[in-house]
Ligand binder design. Structure first.
Ligand SMILES: C[S@@+](CC[C@H](N)C(=O)[O-])C[C@H]1O[C@@H](n2cnc3c(N)ncnc32)[C@H](O)[C@@H]1O
Length: 275
């Protein structure tokens, strides 16, 4: 990566961990509560360098991680939080070389996580119905990872259908994923994974009923992730007072090869004793 360069997006981070994004420009000036910091003091320096504004406020300069970037980037739609992004990548088992479809693209947070994980040999297709959101997302993606050759954006309603076949992973972050289940039956390869995010229990119940009645899915999992950060400051060792608690329930299903096998799986999971 080397020293900080003009044109790069960086975050200035203050003592309290507050972040201020900026794109470095020769001759540029960062203004903060009446204080100034010249971009030229940062260009050519090593990442992490500490700098002072005209009145002595200190910041460290870093290239943001993906988790940091998604929380600060311009948003069209609500983004998926980092705690869920990380979980999705493992529970949907997004691997280098995978063929993945997602909907909708929103602000592009999940898109970036998926593009990194499928790598250059994989492919991601993103469905989105709102052109303004798609434009915003593509700008966010380009600003963070540059131009990519393994991404297809479709300005299409995924409820109407999917052209893709032999898809390895299908990841849905939209209000009515049960409307995509009939298309997922055709699009996913045997062993493929369906994953959706939903904020409420009635939505989860409906998607689960739809998945079960499709009779090609099994190995269902429904869960949410909680991330509770802690303060470690001398004798003060305790959980933070605030946390992002509920974001979404994740529903995961595996497409199994034959309808008869799935039928047995579904029967078993319906009648399994409650623990
Ligand atoms: C919550 S946002 C997705 C956020 C995104 N996952 C992210 O991390 O930035 C939901 C998106 O789904 C899109 N959407 C809703 N219904 C859709 C449909 N039928 N087909 C395609 N996209 C749809 C919305 O326009 C919106 O951009």
């Amino acid at each position: 990566m080397g020293p900080l360069r003009p044109g790069e997006l960086i975050h200035l981070v203050d003592r309290k961990g507050r972040r201020y994004p900026l794109v470095l420009r020769r001759g540029g000036v960062f203004q903060f509560s009446g204080e100034n910091l010249s971009h030229d003091d940062l260009i050519g320096q090593a990442e992490g360098i500490q700098v002072e504004t005209s009145r002595g406020t200190r910041f460290n300069a870093f290239r943001p991680t993906l988790a940091e970037y998604v929380l600060k980037m311009p948003r069209g739609a609500q983004v998926i939080y980092p705690k869920d992004l990380g979980t999705i990548l493992l529970w949907a088992d997004v691997y280098p070389g995978a063929t993945v479809v997602e909907a909708g693209i929103g602000s592009g947070a999940l898109t970036m996580a998926l593009l990194r994980s499928v790598g250059e040999k994989g492919h991601l297709t993103s469905y989105e119905i709102r052109e303004d959101f798609a434009r915003r997302a593509m700008a966010n993606i380009t600003a963070f990872i540059g131009s990519v050759s393994n991404h297809t954006l479709k300005l299409q309603d995924i409820y109407e259908g999917m052209d893709e076949r032999e898809v390895d992973r299908l990841i849905l972050d939209l209000p009515e994923p049960w409307k995509v289940v009939p298309h997922a039956v055709e699009a996913l390869r045997p062993g493929g994974i369906f994953l959706c995010l939903l904020p409420t229990v009635p939505q989860v119940e409906l998607v689960m009923r739809t998945l079960r009645s499709a009779r090609v899915f099994g190995f269902f999992e429904v869960f949410e992730t909680m991330l509770r950060t802690w303060v470690i400051d001398g004798p003060s060792v305790r959980p933070d007072h605030r946390m992002v608690a509920h974001t979404a329930f994740l529903t995961v299903a595996r497409k199994v090869a034959s309808r008869s096998t799935t039928y047995l799986l579904n029967d078993f999971s319906e009648s399994a004793p409650q623990k």
